[in-house]
Design a protein around this ligand. Structure first.
Ligand code: PIT
Length: 447
């Protein structure tokens, strides 16, 4: 079996077509969201912003090109953000004030920005679009984002398109990733897990009803809207999303006047074209039917939700083999267990929730609708264990992180897997735990 692996996140990406390599595959975003880091960078940025303004003034006053060039070079050396700022189309910067780089991937950047007139904060994702297939992938992502409107799904405000770049103006989520928050808290109980999972299931139910399969659901793609306790959780990153086959049918029944039917180009990433050739996603979260190249459906997201639930309650991965062939064999066997810490303290209902999601046969796997009705979620774990799982979860996450870095200290990544909480310590850095090959290139792995 041949798999195409790739990108700095270690995602398994769609295979190249016969006529060339698939360039723009997905938005692989490493986020830097910690306020402390922002504060640390602020001083530098403000100096740079100030100089940016004076530069503009200077050029109006007729400073020579040579001087401008050296100012530009100096700017790039002293401020790494200068480089990405230059990538913004004047139409975008006329409307938005670009504040800081908050995430970076192979073919994308995410910045924090402010609408100049309303002062409303946004996130802007810049996608580099290369070639016909890059264009199609981008249109597919856009096609999904244009249609979604739900509290637990990222919202798109507007889009700017140029020949080689697309700028997605998105709502700004500042509350951090799911796992960052778990670690940052002093306590974490089953009840807290159910709160988060209720929101994710609700977002998934909405997406699946619409006919969208996310295909890259993992903790890094679940962001809290704000830092407060009562924040909603948002599903992000639709770089690998596709339309389910049945969508064509469900579209016929839409009477919503605002509903815009996907064009053929947008629907190009429909599962009917993809199941046979395509393997994409992040290895540890891949459903068995994807590995077997069987037709995939929204059930692949539910499998990933099972993996996320397992991580959320234990800080470890259900399928955690150091090599990909072994990992994939474990997934195909459904070889996970509830042994070790803290599973003794976890309720039978919570385990049943995981079992119903990590079910090998997609037809028998719990759907998002069923998940929302599962007694563990419905009761918000009221009858379940009230044990504080925080210490075990943090310890397991930490263990995993140090194992990963000792295996591959230079890149901070392993050929195998890491549970990812994006690095908050360095702007533009790779995920601290995420899955990655060390080169950040696409690999072919034969199993
Ligand atoms: C935020 C804050 C942040 C990242 C994002 C949004 C990115 C979201 C995103 C990424 C995608 C996509 C849709 C949304 O298709 O740190 O508010 O690839």
């Amino acid at each position: 079996m041949v798999f195409i692996m790739g990108s700095s996140s270690g995602k398994v990406l769609p295979e190249p077509s016969k006529n060339g390599y698939f360039c723009l595959i997905s938005s692989v975003v490493n986020f830097k969201k910690q306020e402390t880091v922002r504060e640390a960078c602020k001083e530098k940025q403000q100096a740079w912003l100030w100089r940016g303004r004076s530069d503009r003034g200077a050029s109006r006053e007729g400073i020579s090109e040579g001087v401008k060039e050296s100012v530009h070079l100096e700017e790039q050396m002293t401020n790494p953000n200068a480089k990405f700022r230059a990538k913004f189309d004047p139409r975008v910067t006329a409307r938005y004030d670009i504040k800081a780089l908050i995430g970076r991937g192979s073919f994308s950047r995410v910045v924090r920005a402010e609408h100049r007139r309303t002062r409303q904060p946004f996130a802007i994702k810049l996608l580099e679009v290369k070639g016909q297939e890059g264009h199609e992938a981008c249109q597919a992502e856009l096609g999904v984002l244009r249609r979604v409107n739900h509290t637990n799904v990222i919202r798109l405000a507007e889009v700017f398109e140029t020949q080689h770049r697309v700028y997605l103006v998105l709502e700004l989520a500042t509350g951090g990733e799911l796992l960052e928050r778990v670690v940052a808290r002093g306590t974490f109980r089953e009840r807290d897990a159910t709160k988060a999972l209720m929101m994710v299931s609700s977002g998934l139910h909405y997406l699946h009803t619409l006919g969208v399969i996310h295909r890259d659901l993992k903790p890094e793609n679940l962001l809290y809207y704000h830092p407060g306790q009562d924040s909603r959780l948002i599903i992000t990153d639709f770089g690998l999303a596709c339309w389910e086959n049945k969508t064509a049918l469900s579209f016929q029944n839409r009477d919503d006047a605002n509903f815009h039917m996907p064009s053929d180009a947008e629907k190009s990433r429909q599962v009917k074209d993809w199941p046979v050739r395509t393997l994409c996603g992040t290895p540890e979260y891949l459903a068995p039917e994807m590995l077997e190249r069987r037709p995939c459906s929204s059930a692949v997201d539910m499998w990933a939700l099972g993996v996320i639930t397992y991580i959320l309650l234990s800080g470890s991965l259900p399928f955690d083999q150091s090599s990909r062939p072994r990992l994939f064999r474990a997934i195909l066997r459904g070889g996970y267990s509830f042994h070790g810490d803290p599973w003794k303290s976890v309720s039978a209902l919570a385990k049943s929730f995981i079992d119903r999601l990590l079910t090998l046969e997609p037809e028998h796997r719990m759907s998002a609708e069923e998940a929302l009705k599962h007694p563990w979620l419905v009761s918000m774990a009221a009858c379940s264990s009230n044990k504080n799982l925080h210490r075990s979860i943090s310890r397991n996450l930490q263990r995993r992180a140090s194992r990963a870095s000792s295996r591959c200290p230079s890149s901070g990544s392993t050929p195998g897997s890491r549970i990812s909480m994006r690095s908050g310590s360095r702007p533009n850095s790779r995920p601290r735990f995420g899955v990655s090959n060390s080169s950040g290139q696409c690999l072919k792995i034969a199993t």
